[in-house]
Design a protein around this ligand. Structure first.
Ligand code: COA
Length: 157
């Protein structure tokens, strides 16, 4: 695993996070978030973000989640293409789950053909609990989302 530290992000990081989000999701069907969208999401009740910063100081991945009464949601998680398969997403997820999952079920949506992300979530014992047809994409080029959930009371150590 590369040396990265995890830091909490605020609205001041909305612009660089939007650039990173766009780079990460191209060419996936999930819509990249603009700086304005990033600000709107970070201002949602219960929303917060964490970013992975390697030694060179340039953010290499981030996770934005939302905490509600008895549930938490991963709104986005992404890692720069050049930094993948080095454990950055695992580190971000571990950090988020350590904070939220003791008392909460954690849910997320992911495109049905997003093999890397589904592999990641499988490894953290997320399970499919639903499906949203034609959830991502535009026009005729649409992809289903699956809904995955992780319940801390069902985790096998
Ligand atoms: C999905 C994503 C966040 C993974 O980030 P990452 O830092 O490369 O992931 P990690 O290195 O922490 O990988 C952890 C595990 O996830 C799984 N995984 C990650 N990439 C994978 C791939 N390309 N194929 C299969 N499994 C993969 C593996 O189980 C991996 O463990 P391993 O390397 O020991 O086999 C990254 O590929 C990404 O940003 N993708 C585009 C955005 C996206 O799809 N976000 C999720 C939307 S819900």
């Amino acid at each position: 695993m590369m040396g990265v530290t995890i830091e909490v992000v605020g609205l001041e990081m909305a612009a660089p996070l939007a650039v990173l989000h766009t780079a990460c999701f191209d060419p996936l069907p999930e819509t990249p978030w603009s700086e304005t969208a990033m600000r709107t999401i970070l201002r949602m009740p219960g929303a917060s973000g964490i970013v992975a910063i390697p030694d060179n100081g340039v953010p290499t991945g981030f996770l934005i989640g939302r905490e509600m009464a008895d549930e938490a949601e991963i709104l986005t998680l992404c890692v720069a293409p050049e930094s993948r398969r080095a454990g950055v997403a695992q580190k971000l997820l571990n950090h988020f789950l350590a904070r939220v999952s003791a008392t909460r079920r954690v849910v997320l949506e992911v495109a049905v053909d997003n093999t890397p992300a589904i592999g990641l979530y499988d490894g953290f014992q997320f399970h499919q609990v639903g499906r949203r047809p034609n959830y991502y994409g535009h026009g005729a080029d649409r992809t289903d989302a699956i809904i995955m959930a992780r319940d801390s009371t069902n985790i096998v150590p």
